[in-house]
Design a protein around this ligand. Structure first.
Ligand SMILES: *Cc1c(COP(=O)(O)O)cnc(C)c1O
Ligand code: SF4
Length: 412
């Protein structure tokens, strides 16, 4: 484990160990798989190399060098984030803001780029660790406000990380209040993406800072904006502890909506009954099922990935056994370079077995809700593995995407 965690850093807390993991079922326990590094996450060769370094007590610098090299090969910046999602104000690149879909701006506050515990499949926090400037940058907030002001098509700000709920409420306030004070008529909703309901529900229940967060929700509401927690919700186990249910109740009572999303992960939740139970539990508690994602092409993907064909099957079997109230969920969806693409069906068209794919979100809004077809491939795990059906040479969006990449290369 030490060898793996030198490459994919590991963090867990007492709450996760004591309340979420069932010690009797380790190592197969889903929350154990979700949080603890596993040998299979590294290539055999990489694993041996790290294990030998750790075993012979190699100097830290040498271990770090090897770890950096392995990490570099794990595609830490998937989906063209580095090239394509940059946002500009007066022609200058603005750090901490990603703008991919017309309506929504992603904001990465520099102080929210870590998490209460780390998901073993996630690489996101690693994109920021080390190069984040941890002192509060008020300029960041000015940029965000100006960006939303200058882009009237933006109606939603999604604060993300890492987990922004690692920030104390006064810090969160310094990001959110300027958005409210600016009275931006186009801004209709503020969202925070978080795993804290699962990993650290005390954030919403214990002490003055938790109370203060509930007041902040009320302030957003009083300013006439919608407030949503985008809860990363992987397994119904996370919603069993009394503390977690209490946290959900408090956040809802303050006037927020909680929308739930998570990737489909082998060994964690690759089972239709697990998802059906998860969605039922969410609805029972007043939360709204929102997205089932396909594990993206980063980090230890080979260990966690589920083929698209299987993801579709799991989704369909789960979806077909729940009440309509749960069917607000969409998936399985890939957050790929051109957009969020859902596997909407597997069928035969003109004698050819195909995936029916559809854009839920597109880099170009004209792509949204557009259906397209790919050759069925039982092993494919990502959009980039797929070929157009019916002998087509490329998907309809590929030329435009290539153009956008070339354009961003010219600009940088
Ligand atoms: C998913 C996502 C959003 C939010 O999309 P919604 O469908 O509005 O929830 C915004 N930006 C990026 C880059 C995303 O991946
Ligand atoms: S909580 Fe979110 S950002 Fe943090 S490790 Fe898990 S998936 Fe990644």
């Amino acid at each position: 484990m030490q060898a793996v965690s030198a490459v994919l850093p590991f963090r867990v807390n007492d709450y996760v160990i004591e309340r979420l993991i069932d010690p009797e079922s380790v190592p197969n326990d889903p929350i154990f798989q979700l949080t603890f590094p596993q040998r299979g996450m590294l290539d055999e060769e990489d694993f041996r190399r790290m294990r030998d370094l750790v075993a012979k007590g190699a100097p830290e610098a040498e271990i770090k060098l090897a770890a950096d090299e392995i990490r570099g090969r794990l595609n830490p910046h998937p989906g063209g984030q580095m090239e394509l999602n940059v946002s500009r104000l007066d022609g200058e690149v603005v750090a901490g803001i990603q703008h991919k879909y017309q309506e929504t701006v992603l904001f990465f506050p520099s102080q929210g780029q870590t998490c209460h515990a780390y998901c073993s499949y996630c690489f996101r926090w690693a994109q920021f660790i080390g190069d984040a400037d941890l002192k509060f940058a008020s300029r960041e907030v000015d940029h965000l406000v100006n960006y939303v002001k200058d882009n009237p098509q933006v109606s939603s700000v999604l604060i993300t990380g890492g987990d922004p709920m690692v920030m104390k409420t006064p810090v969160l306030r310094r990001y959110i209040e300027p958005l409210l004070r600016a009275k931006l008529p186009n801004l209709q909703s503020i969202r925070i993406g978080t795993k804290a309901l699962a990993y650290w529900p005390y954030r919403f229940t214990e002490g003055g800072d938790a109370d203060d967060f509930l007041r902040l929700i009320e302030e957003v509401k009083a300013a006439g904006k919608h407030f949503a927690l985008m809860a990363h919700s992987s397994h119904s186990r996370e919603l069993e502890p009394k503390m977690a249910r209490h946290a959900v109740e408090r956040v809802l009572n303050a006037g927020a909506v909680i929308r739930c999303q998570a990737p489909l992960i082998r060994k964690v939740n690759d089972n239709a009954n697990v998802w059906a139970q998860l969605w039922r539990r969410q609805v029972q508690l007043g939360m709204v099922p929102y997205y089932m994602f396909v594990e993206r092409n980063t980090g230890a993907k080979a260990y966690f990935e589920v083929p698209l064909a299987r993801a579709y099957k799991v989704f369909t079997e789960a979806y077909s056994q729940v009440v309509g109230l749960c069917r607000t969920v969409r998936g399985p969806s890939m957050s790929a370079m051109p957009g969020k693409v859902v596997v909407d069906g597997i069928t035969q068209v003109a004698g050819e077995k195909v995936f029916v794919l559809k854009f839920l979100q597109g880099r170009d809004p004209k792509w949204v809700n557009r259906v397209f077809f790919a050759k069925y491939d039982p092993r494919a795990t990502w959009l980039s593995d797929l070929q157009p059906a019916f002998g087509g040479e490329r998907f309809f969006f590929e030329d435009a995407l290539r153009e956008a990449l070339a354009e961003s290369a010219r600009r940088s």
